[in-house]
Design a binder for this molecule. Structure first.
Ligand code: GDP
Length: 446
């Protein structure tokens, strides 16, 4: 059970048959079960699956993609969004010296993570210093001192002091003086049972003393349902800026981490995947979710969907050109789409009816990426009038002015103009093709 079940839910979905609504219903139930057994906060699960269900029932997949495949894509999108979106987290500090304060309960892997983080930033070329401000756990001082030594970080600690706030303050000051770019403060994770209030108060006091640039919450992937409340309470004490999820190697649960994200609004920056200092990675939402949903197949599905969406856009543009006037504006859009789609020949082969015309399209199909870029920059040098009325380029003075503006040869501008005339000719041919006109009409594009 756990997040692994998401993969099974997707597998089952793709095999199912029957009315779409029923399939969606069963699938949604499967995902809910998987997420809840993975310890994801229940409200979060319902919010997520509600969005998936709504999109699944409302959206039309691009032609060539089944509705069930689209459902998988929607699930992927929504999960990625939940985990922080398309981009990778920014791990480079925006300025130096930069103070990171670690918080989390004992045993979550906080001290280990301080070592991993120190090593990570060392390898990026930063001077790193660490401060041992956990005065409760026996051995924490020595553990961190040795870790710092191993990864080549400066170290500050006061083995005999019981005052974490002063240690933290003095440590940050001292390490700044010694030229550290990044200073990581390790803190306690426990005050003894039932003393959470005291722990949170201590975090507040340390934060007030060192004014961290970022508070990083360390959370054990296997922590489960408690993660949500815990993260929330830490967040209320010291606003959490980022999250590290540890022990990703040991559990299929990991849903607690997602709940922590939801409770704090912070994003996961790193994950720990083992006990060694090297077992540590920047968290990549897309890759993570792809893995959750069952890799290989999914990746090729996503690629196919993206390509088909591109083809759909392209067809829209062609339909527009068939129906109306061809301007440089439309050509610009067409070139943009072509660049995304890759080899034009292949694209045309994917559109029924078009493949038979490949020969007459050949000239246009061979336009290189480099040329497309050049032409786009030429069009950027045109006036609105010229963009709307390509025939104005019959005037030599205009061609010359545009060439100078774009920093290209006059022959380049002429070439683009000839391309325009070719496309115009192609569209005239297309207008005579009943099958293609019907196809566009059926798609509601004409
Ligand atoms: P702290 O009390 O939060 O400072 O926790 P520690 O850093 O001492 O770690 C507690 C235990 O978890 C140690 O045995 C670590 O080796 C282990 N640990 C930390 N991070 C990871 C991880 O990413 N994967 C695994 N498998 N173990 C980890």
């Amino acid at each position: 059970p756990g997040l692994d079940d998401l993969r099974k839910a997707v597998g089952r979905l793709l095999k199912r048959s029957g009315p779409y609504e029923a399939i969606v219903k069963e699938y949604i139930r499967d995902i809910q079960r998987a997420l809840i057994s993975a310890d994801v906060n229940v409200r979060l699960v319902f919010d997520l699956t509600k969005r998936i269900r709504e999109r699944a029932l409302r959206e039309q997949p691009p032609p060539g993609v089944s509705r069930r495949e689209w459902l998988v894509k929607v699930t992927y999108d929504e999960l990625v969004k939940l985990f922080g979106g398309d981009d990778e987290p920014e791990v480079k500090p925006p300025y130096t010296p930069y103070v990171i304060m670690m918080v989390g309960v004992q045993g979550s892997g906080k001290t280990t993570t301080v070592g991993k983080l120190a090593k990570f930033y060392r390898s990026m070329g930063y001077k790193v210093g660490v401060v041992a401000a956990d005065t409760y756990r026996p051995g924490a001082y020595e553990q961190l001192r040795q870790l710092a030594d191993r990864v080549g970080a400066m170290f500050y600690g006061e083995p005999d002091s019981k005052d974490p706030v002063s240690i933290a303050r003095r440590g940050v000051e001292e390490l700044k003086k010694r030229g550290a770019d990044i200073i990581i403060v390790d803190t306690a994770g426990r005050h003894g049972y039932g003393e959470e209030e005291a722990l949170l108060k201590e975090m507040q006091d340390i934060a007030a003393a060192v004014k961290p640039d970022e508070v990083m919450l360390v959370i054990d992937a296997a922590m489960g349902q408690k993660s949500y409340d815990l993260a929330k309470r830490f967040h209320e004490a010291t606003p959490i800026g980022s999250i590290v999820v540890t022990k990703m190697d040991g559990t299929a649960k990991g849903g607690g981490a997602l709940s922590a994200v939801a409770a704090t609004g912070a994003r996961i920056k790193f994950i720990g995947t083992g006990e060694d200092v090297d077992e540590f990675e920047v968290f990549r939402p897309r890759r993570f979710v792809a893995r959750l949903l069952g890799m290989g197949d999914l990746e090729s599905l996503l690629e196919r969907i993206e390509r088909l969406q591109g083809v759909e856009e392209f067809e829209k543009t062609v339909a527009e050109m068939v129906a109306g006037k061809i301007t440089f504006r439309v050509l610009y859009r067409q070139l943009e789409q072509m660049r995304k789609l890759g080899p034009f020949r292949k694209v045309l082969q994917m559109i029924p009816g078009f493949s038979t015309m490949l020969d007459s399209f050949d000239e246009a199909a061979k336009v290189s990426e480099e040329k497309m870029r050049k032409w786009m920059s030429i069009m950027n040098s045109m006036t609105y009038d010229e963009l709307d009325n390509p025939e104005l380029l019959e005037q030599r003075s205009r061609v010359k002015r545009i060439a100078i503006g774009a920093g290209v040869e006059v022959s380049d501008v002429r070439e683009l103009y000839n391309y325009y005339k070719t496309v115009k000719r192609m569209m005239r041919q297309l207008r005579k093709r009943k099958d293609i006109l019907e196809r566009f009409a059926k798609m509601g594009r004409l």
